[in-house]
Structure formats: C-alpha cells, structure tokens
Design a protein. Structure first.
Length: 211
C-alpha cells in the first residue's frame, strides 16, 4: 500500500498514552504515505442533489440466467430521498418519518400489492448527508413499475396522528438510551462516528434532545 489514511478506535482499560502508542506501532509498520483529507473517498462519494429534482440510474443485472431461461426475472429498485446536510434536528425528523412509514410501506407494497420479496424503508446517514431509502426486490415486476408504485404510496400517505408521532419518538429515545453491555458495542458506536467523519462522541444525548 503506497497511500493510506489510518484511523483507529481503542476501547477498554487503557490510558490515552497507551492507545496512542498502539496506533503508532500500527502506523509505522504500514510504511505508507498519508492521504490528505481532500483525497479521501468518503469526502467525495455523495453528490448534492438539487431540490425537487429526480435522477435515475439504471443497470442491467449481471447475474447468470437460470438453465433454459431467456430472461432473468429479478429486478430491484432503491428510491433515495436526500435530506441535505446532517443536523441533529433534521436527523431526528427523518428517523421519525422512517419509523412512521416503515409499517405502512410493508403492508401496502409487500403484503397487499405483493410487489416483491423484499420491501425495506431505511434511514441513511453517510458523509454528513442524511436521506431516506425505499428498496424493493422483485421477481415479478420491472423497476419502472416498482417506482410508479412507490410514488403512488408516497402520494397517498395518510395523515399521522400526534399520538403516533409521540409513540415513535419515545421508541427512538428508548433505543438511544439502551445501555451498552459489552466493549464491542461501545467500539462500534465510536467507529460509526469515524465512518461518518463527525467525531461527535456525545452524539447520543444530542440526538435525544433533538427528538
């Protein structure tokens, strides 16, 4: 490896000096040239989408066809709704929205319309940009039709009651307040901050206040 950006999380019963010493041993053993922040992939892997615009990317499946079949029937779509630069208030709004529409989306798109074998609604946070994903994998319908049904679902979302919103908020806060039971969980929580390039290790109480 000629070039590398090195980051590490050290957890447990260890002093700051001990952690720094471990990192220096690893860094020196790699014998690499340090990448600048401008060269790092994570700083360039998302594009800001103009407001109220639609962008489509399509790709044919490279999976081999089944024996004797002429067409691979499988298709998939991921509709990504970008929310812009991450703030705690905006992140809280998107997390609540995801939880509100997750069950209706599954009931409508999976159970009632039977569009595909996988229907997911997820919250996205990457490179300090938040978003909402609706994903469908189907062996019956093409991506264009799946997109049409997703748009129809969104356009016909019901009005959610204040009680529903408050229940979701309480559930999210309870999830944030879960006590870490092992050092692995603690390490993953810290590492998520490095992955998102935030370095905000007090993010949990701040997220709870925003909700």
């Amino acid at each position: 490896m000629k070039t590398l950006n090195f980051r590490a999380v050290v957890c447990g019963h260890i002093t700051q000096e001990g952690a720094q010493s471990i990192c220096e041993i690893i860094r020196n053993s790699l014998r690499h040239m340090e990448l600048s922040d401008d060269d790092l992939y994570y700083s360039k892997n998302l594009t800001k989408l103009p407001i109220k615009t639609v962008h489509t990317y399509q790709e044919k499946s490279q999976l081999p066809h089944g024996e004797g079949s002429k067409i691979n029937p499988n298709s998939a779509i991921q509709c990504y709704f970008q929310g812009g630069e991450k703030t705690y208030a905006k992140s809280a709004l998107f997390q609540v929205l995801v939880e509100l529409i997750r069950e209706p989306a599954f009931n409508t798109l999976r159970t009632q319309e039977q569009l595909g074998y996988i229907v997911k609604v997820t919250y996205s946070s990457s490179a300090k940009v938040i978003g909402l994903n609706i994903k469908i994998q189907s062996a019956r319908y093409g991506a264009d039709y799946l997109e049409h049904r997703i748009n129809n679902f969104i356009e016909n979302l019901p009005n959610f009651s204040e009680e529903q919103v408050e229940n979701i908020k309480r559930s999210l806060i309870k999830e944030y307040e879960q006590v870490i039971t092992n050092i692995g969980q603690e390490g993953l929580r810290f590492w998520s901050q490095l992955e998102d390039d935030c370095f905000e290790f007090d993010s949990i109480p701040r997220a709870i206040r925003a909700i």
